[in-house]
Design a protein around this ligand. Sequence first.
Ligand code: FES
Length: 187
Amino acid sequence: MTETAVADTPDQTEEGVRRRDFIYIAATGAAGVGAASVLVPLVSQMAPSADVLAESSTEIDISAIQPGQAIKAVFRKQPVFVRNLTPKEVAEAKAVDPASLRDPQSLEDRTKKGKENWLITMGVCTHLGCVPLGAGEGEVKGEFGGYFCPCHGSVYDTAARIRKGPAPKNLEVPPYEFASDTVVKIG
Ligand code: FES
């Protein structure tokens, strides 16, 4: 009976409140530490070492890609477009004076000698990184016949050079080589 009376005193209640405050703050602090310790390994997993990046490459069989067709592949976890340009698309790309372009490059600068019909670029818009349309069957290619980025309207020509819209650069050409007439090794 005496113990109950003591527990009901204002002092005891105040101490109880203080205890709860402490537990609440301590729990929040522990959660914060937990979140930080989860985040660090996640970030380090997402950033492959330079060695791993240097070694990664992708081989693509291009034998089935007809003139006028393109495929989407993946290189270092990003989309890459492999496109077999028609003679008309090659001619359109060559007809443009590179000096008139925002990111001046000729078709020859962006392809391998003797294989100018094979246009290999990253499928990543140089504005904010969306995947442009134009590589898939029936996709919109934009008014310059190459690629169209639906995010903010960047338009690329048949050499995947930026012609209109906010993107500052042409679609990037990754490092690649022809392993044979029908196989391209990217990376
Ligand atoms: S991300 Fe392509 S236009 Fe903005």
